[in-house]
Design a protein around this ligand. Structure first.
Ligand code: SF4
Length: 412
């Protein structure tokens, strides 16, 4: 069936306040209102309205509103997280379909995938982030008098999360079925709950059956990483890097490019030591980087053969004025031209290793660039400038200096 996704059958995903969601890709206006600690067994969680209603829709050949991002992406690129999960969990999903009653309830729960944002502990306050994912950015929002709304951070409690990930009976009963854990943040390497959870999995003896994934800001390597590399079946690190050099400094404040570069190179060394360690880059495409991403691609090209020389791209999803479609069409056309030139020049590198990944991301990024031109909103560019300058003032940064191509003297 064309609308099926395995996640409502076999995955639990948590927000930073431990609220359950279908997955980290969903687009939901309303919060779900159910929390990890509300359930003492996986079957109760999977048969709760959140997952039951999603399964019922999918079984009817429809898709839940919260999943529209995946289906739109498929229309544009032919790829989506849903399709990837269908491939990855094909076997487990077939089993779960056999355990599904006609009305969508499950006879048995087998949690194969756990996708956790455990809290909002972070050492950075990136420009596209929000308090739910960084306790640091809350300081800036307060200084600027921005009210994120009561729901934004309600329930986020680093100590409580650690206790729940330490003692949840739902998780305990599920370790034997787990095949993959993804840890996002905040910065997951700084989250006590992440380390508590992973050590608990190691102690259970099931880690060798489980693939581990982290999305990290690449500013630190925790001492626990080597223990994870030795214990889990495989470890996949996605380094969230949104620009090269000064672009990165500007967006991912207050990190310094020298730290990110050094951490990335240390991770590359670890990769040589551990064959079960995979390293990729993940980039959030936004107004703050679309004109300068070419420098990041050139940086990556020096690591040819070891890692993909393109990141996996995600378009920013934010209520802030940061969408790349806010940028002037002539600058977007230049970004498009630079990208095509980069691909032509590096055709051999792109074909000789990680070929399938490169082909997918070239298609993905080309579609994204085309979309920013087709649905360009340059008339809202000033909103972006105002947002950027408010943060500039607090941080002693300068949009004009970081992005001379915007020719701000003319834009205002
Ligand atoms: S269809 Fe997409 S958004 Fe919906 S649960 Fe699956 S991966 Fe998540």
């Amino acid at each position: 069936m064309k609308t099926l996704c395995p996640l409502p059958w076999l995955s639990l995903s948590t927000e930073s306040q431990r609220e359950l969601r279908l997955c980290c890709h969903e687009t939901r206006e309303e919060t779900s209102g159910v929390f990890l600690e509300d359930f003492s067994s996986a079957i109760d969680a999977f048969n709760s309205d959140l997952f039951l209603k999603a399964r019922q829709k999918m079984l009817k050949g429809e898709y839940p509103q919260a999943c529209r991002g995946c289906f739109r992406l498929e229309e544009k690129t032919g790829h989506s997280p849903r399709l990837e999960y269908n491939t990855r969990f094909c076997e487990e999903f077939q089993e779960m379909l056999k355990l599904t009653k006609e009305d969508g309830t499950l006879k048995e729960a087998r949690l194969a995938y756990l996708d956790v944002t455990t809290d909002n502990h972070c050492n950075l306050k990136c420009r596209m982030c929000r308090p739910r994912y960084s306790h640091k950015i809350m300081e800036d929002w307060k200084s600027l008098g921005w009210d994120p709304g009561e729901k934004e951070v309600r329930g986020i409690d680093i100590q409580k999360s650690q206790d729940i990930y330490q003692h949840s009976p739902l998780l305990e009963e599920s370790f034997s079925h787990l095949r993959m854990i993804t840890c996002t943040g905040g910065e997951p390497f700084l989250s006590p709950a992440v380390h508590t959870l992973l050590n608990r999995v190691i102690e259970s003896g099931h880690a060798p059956n489980i693939s581990l994934r982290f999305f990290t800001n690449t500013t630190l390597i925790p001492r626990e990483l080597e223990s994870y590399l030795k214990s889990f079946k495989e470890t996949h690190l996605f380094c969230s890097i949104d620009g090269y050099g000064k672009t990165s400094d500007y967006i991912r404040y207050p990190s310094k490019w020298a730290t990110i570069d050094r951490t990335y190179r240390e991770l590359l060394k670890l990769k040589e030591e551990y064959p079960n360690f995979t390293l990729d880059l993940h980039t959030v495409v936004q107004a703050f980087n679309i004109t300068q991403l070419i420098d990041l691609f050139k940086y990556l090209a020096q690591f040819q053969g070891k890692v993909p020389i393109l990141p996996s791209f995600t378009r920013v999803d934010s209520s802030l004025p940061l969408d790349p479609a806010l940028i002037q069409p002539q600058l977007l056309k230049k970004a498009q031209k630079d990208f095509v030139h980069f691909i032509e020049k590096n055709q051999d590198l792109l074909q000789s290793s990680h070929r399938e990944f490169h082909e997918r991301e070239i298609k993905n990024y080309k579609a994204l660039l085309t979309d920013t031109l087709t649905y360009n909103r340059h008339q809202e560019f000033l909103d972006f400038v105002i947002y950027a300058k408010k943060l500039d003032k607090l941080r002693g940064q300068s949009l004009e200096q970081a992005y001379p191509e915007f020719k701000l003297g003319h834009a205002q």
